[in-house]
Design a protein around this ligand. Structure first.
Ligand SMILES: Nc1ncnc2c1ncn2[C@@H]1O[C@H](COP(=O)(O)OP(=O)(O)OP(=O)(O)O)[C@@H](O)[C@H]1O
Ligand code: SF4
Ligand SMILES: [Mg+2]
Length: 313
């Protein structure tokens, strides 16, 4: 997939698959194209964004679908949870009113039956006294509770895919953990595919089955979580891993030298080249193509050149 916004190449080379029940993490520094990718799947990019490529949901193409179909897809087949739960809820209606309205928009059910269903959803997302919570307004709930309500409303139509973009950034650490466990439980119990976008590699290590690493609008590496953490292939992934403070060894935190990129015009080289300590002339001749082993993939022309380099990582 490619996405241009004005003269910015926000996404230049991203492709991934996700299957039912799977939990895929997307990581990468600020501006690497994570949210833009998520929004393109949801059809929520501004009109002036130019998206090319393909987004298939259960084999059907949804990229380029008309607004009405996209609205249906968003409501029924893809649920989404963003960082700011307060903004996702309407301050002047109770939680119950909002869930009932959304439920009745999807299902031909009475208000009473919708209330019952809403209470069950709140119970599923771990809110105590769900019937009482239904009578409350968003500002009467804590940040963690509000995010659970947003997750409940994303579940209304039993979606095949849930996209969560930094869903816990605004929450404190303990609540963060609970909300992530909840998303994980939903993937397992409902068989929904979940895409979790985060800056936090610790969160990824604890929650995700697979990880896609973005850099400069390119998916530079994708692998199962264990392989990615134990044996990264791409120099950027390796640098990310090195930047993680080791347990009990806080001094070893190592920042990646250089600044994040924003690609203007068209990407014509490896986006990581200006910061990569392995950069060589062939890295700037073209965007490295995808090397796919079937289980994992990466885009680095120098991986596999010899054992030496991988060990140096
Ligand atoms: N509405 C927009 N108009 C113009 N440029 C945009 C718009 N949204 C995103 N971009 C640009 O697209 C690129 C990718 O942005 P994106 O929001 O996807 O990054 P991100 O990986 O989600 O970063 P963060 O971790 O900070 O959320 C950036 O260069 C950004 O400046
Ligand atoms: S392609 Fe070259 S510049 Fe890019 S990550 Fe690999 S070695 Fe570094
Ligand atoms: Mg983002």
């Amino acid at each position: 997939m490619k996405i241009r916004i004005g003269d910015i190449a926000a996404v230049s080379g991203v492709s991934f698959d996700i299957i039912a029940g799977e939990f895929l993490g997307i990581v990468g520094e600020s501006g690497s194209g994570k949210s833009v990718t998520a929004r393109s799947i949801l059809g929520l990019l501004p009109k002036y964004a130019d998206v090319s490529g393909s987004v298939e949901l259960s084999g059907g193409e949804i990229l380029g679908a008309d607004r009405q179909s996209l609205r249906k897809i968003r409501g029924r087949r893809i649920g989404f949870v963003f960082q700011d739960a307060l903004a996702a809820l309407d301050p002047v209606y109770t939680i119950g009113d909002q869930l009932v309205e959304a439920l009745q928009a999807h299902l031909p059910i009475s208000r009473k039956a919708a209330m019952e269903k809403a209470a069950n959803l709140l119970d599923e997302v771990g809110l105590k006294n769900p019937r009482e919570q239904l009578k409350r307004y968003p500002h009467q709930l804590s940040g963690g509770m509000r995010q659970r309500v947003v997750i409940a409303s994303a579940l209304i139509a039993d979606p095949e895919l849930i996209i969560a973009d930094e869903p816990t950034t605004a929450l404190d650490v303990t609540v963060q953990k609970q909300v992530l466990q909840l998303l994980r439980r939903i993937a397992v119990n409902r068989g929904a595919a979940v895409i979790l976008i985060t800056h936090d590699l610790g969160v990824v290590a604890q929650t995700c089955d697979r990880v896609a690493v973005f850099y400069g609008g390119v998916l530079v590496e994708e692998a199962d979580t264990l392989s990615l953490f134990s044996k990264p292939h791409h120099p950027y992934t390796a640098a990310l891993m090195r930047s993680l403070p080791k347990l009990g060894d806080r001094e070893r935190f190592e920042a990646i030298p250089g600044n994040p990129v924003q690609i203007r015009g068209t990407l014509q080289a490896c986006p990581f080249a200006p910061r990569c300590r392995f950069a060589a002339p062939q890295c700037v001749e073209a965007v490295p193509s995808e090397y796919n082993t079937g289980h994992s993939k990466h885009r680095c022309v120098r991986v596999g050149e010899g054992k030496l380099m991988v060990e140096e990582l």
